[in-house]
Design a protein around this ligand. Sequence first.
Ligand SMILES: Nc1ncnc2c1ncn2[C@@H]1O[C@H](COP(=O)(O)OP(=O)(O)OP(=O)(O)O)[C@@H](O)[C@H]1O
Length: 404
Amino acid sequence: MGQKQGRERLLTQPTISMHDTHSGPYDSSSKGHSRNSSADGQQEFELDRNLPSDMLYSSDRNKVTLDDFELLKLIGRGNFAKVMQVRKKDSGLVYAIKILNKRKLEQADQLEHIRTERAILQYVEHPFLIKLVYAFQTMEKLYMVMEFVNGGELFFHLKQERRFSESRVKFYAAELFLGIEHLHNQNIVFRDLKPENVLMDRNGHIMLTDFGLAKYLLKQDRTHTFCGTPEYLAPEVLLQRGHGKPVDWWSYGILIYEMLVGIPPFYSDNVQDMYNKILHSDLLLSDQLMTQEVQDLLIRLLERDPRKRLGSGPKGTSEIKNHPFFRGIDWQDVYDKKVVPSFRPKVRSELDTCYFDEEFTRQDAIDSIGDPSYLGASAQKAFEGFTFNSNGRHLRIDSGDRIL
Ligand SMILES: Nc1ncnc2c1ncn2[C@@H]1O[C@H](COP(=O)(O)OP(=O)(O)OP(=O)(O)O)[C@@H](O)[C@H]1O
């Protein structure tokens, strides 16, 4: 089963992010990215108090390196990453490993994003957020070992089925809500919610992945980076007036709409036209495809003024949780994964990669050898603290990556 058709939008609408807020969304310059990878020297590995049992049996208790893994399949590529399915040699456990080339990250001004992604992944612990198990590095590469989720991207299933029933949408929306709410409670904005970043596990539960654009808000409650994925950008991001947690509730509304209808509400082949629609067009709702409850939820989530958007009021996220659309939902059951998914991917085992694009899985799973000498000691300093051991395609717009 290939995933090719599901990539169409990924190829046309990249995730974007620009730290330079002087360059607005109407800038049309772009930078291309290529990628290659390798295994070379090894670096330190920090033991964590809460090691999963698998780590305790690591061949070398003080170091985890690529040598500890058997590379099984290439399963994906992002703007800067190559993702492989791997098996840890000593425990036999299967993981996904995300491999990033330091030079490419540096050239594309992505260091901050990768540091944030790595820090957030280590920090968050939630049933619907992907878990980082190890992070290590060599002179030229960064490696993030995560739990492996092989039920396919929500995007893939949506493209297969065109749209989901409202009860199915409610199930995914409820799980996602808890994941996003958890991030917001930690003062983290996700900023790249889209069906490509929602993976399905083999039982049909969802898992939010790709924290490359996530941001700690720290003391301020707004940030100014122009980033996200065109169809999912909130008006306040386009207007560059500073944005915060409400951007995730806007994207959440877009995602719910897309799951029900098959395309996002303000979609256009032309990105400028799409921005225009996001800022000005009426939201078209269908009585055939949507109950009154979900229509009301969408109207409130897709409110252009972030201060008035559902989830931003005095009652915070409980405004969403208590909306009539979710009436009857037992949130504790959702959290405990006691709600049985109506759809279960046909995955035979944890090794099964049938839901990944054959374009990737038929390629050899290799980590190419590169030249470790290109990054001097001072540049390497930027990656200090990356190493980690825990318990454990709409494309986006990214920093220095102006593709609008
Ligand atoms: N933990 C995982 N388990 C299974 N597959 C995964 C996992 N993490 C990533 N993938 C696959 O690899 C693809 C690329 O991963 P990811 O989106 O994290 O890379 P990225 O470079 O950050 O992407 P982007 O350029 O879109 O930001 C995903 O779309 C998914 O199909």
